[in-house]
Design a protein. Structure first.
Length: 234
């Protein structure tokens, strides 16, 4: 977007029923008002055509420049993001793990077209540790095939307000449904604020699967990759 010296024009059409973008966004900003343009007067331009019935044209202005306040500093760790992304990609390709967890991981890499010889040191470290991690209780149970058991991987679900959530793994049994969230970090060393965020996240996931399967008992399992820490939420 060009930095305007005196005036910045937003062009949109207000319709009688909906279609208020970008006005609905702009009007939510502080100090934004409709009124006369700022700056020196400009020659009026003759309109090519009047607004159609049900439409109107509104000019918006800022008497003062809007200000944004940073309420919390977010730390950015590129390596941690890459680890988490790769871990989730591989786990999304693992449907079941029976006798050979290492074979299940290698098959997932093949489906992702990740040749072992081209993996980065970061990716190789995850691949080497994954088989043992998948064989650790309680996670191991939810990768075993069972009669009438179904599994969703990277399942996208919307809540009643239209917000989209991606559930890492959902295991559906005849009487119970378990939503599993994979974390690439270490759970025991997480600060209290991060733990509170996880609790709210799991409460939301429980609400979502509870609405999808109201007749089943719902549980949420959080499993951390780095230290093997896990928690169950009900």
């Amino acid at each position: 977007m060009t930095r305007a010296r005196q005036e910045l024009y937003f062009i949109g059409v207000k319709k009688k029923y909906g279609g208020r973008y970008p006005f609905d966004l702009l009007e939510s900003l502080p100090d934004l008002q409709a009124g006369q343009l700022l700056g020196p007067a400009k020659p009026q331009v003759k309109k090519a055509a009047p607004p159609r019935p049900g439409e109107e044209v509104t000019l918006l202005r800022w008497p003062v420049a809007p200000s944004l306040q940073v309420v919390e500093r977010a730390e950015f760790h590129p390596e941690a993001l890459r680890r988490g992304k790769f871990l989730h990609e591989v786990l999304a390709e693992v449907e079941w793990v029976s006798a050979d967890p290492q074979a299940a991981v290698q098959q997932a890499l093949a489906r992702l077209n990740y040749p072992p010889e081209k993996l980065s040191p970061l990716e190789q470290e995850i691949v080497e540790r994954l088989p043992a991690w998948l064989s650790t209780p309680p996670l191991q149970e939810y990768f075993l095939p069972r009669p009438e058991r179904r599994v969703w991987r990277e399942k996208e679900v919307c809540d009643e307000e239209g917000h989209l959530f991606r559930l890492d793994r959902v295991v559906v049994d005849p009487e119970r449904v378990v939503v599993i969230d994979f974390k690439s970090g270490a759970g025991q060393s997480e600060p209290p604020a991060a733990r509170d965020t996880v609790k709210r996240q799991m409460a939301k996931y429980l609400s979502l699967v509870g609405q999808l399967f109201p007749e089943k008992k719902a549980e949420a399992l959080v499993v951390y990759f780095d230290d093997g820490f896990w928690e169950v939420y009900r």
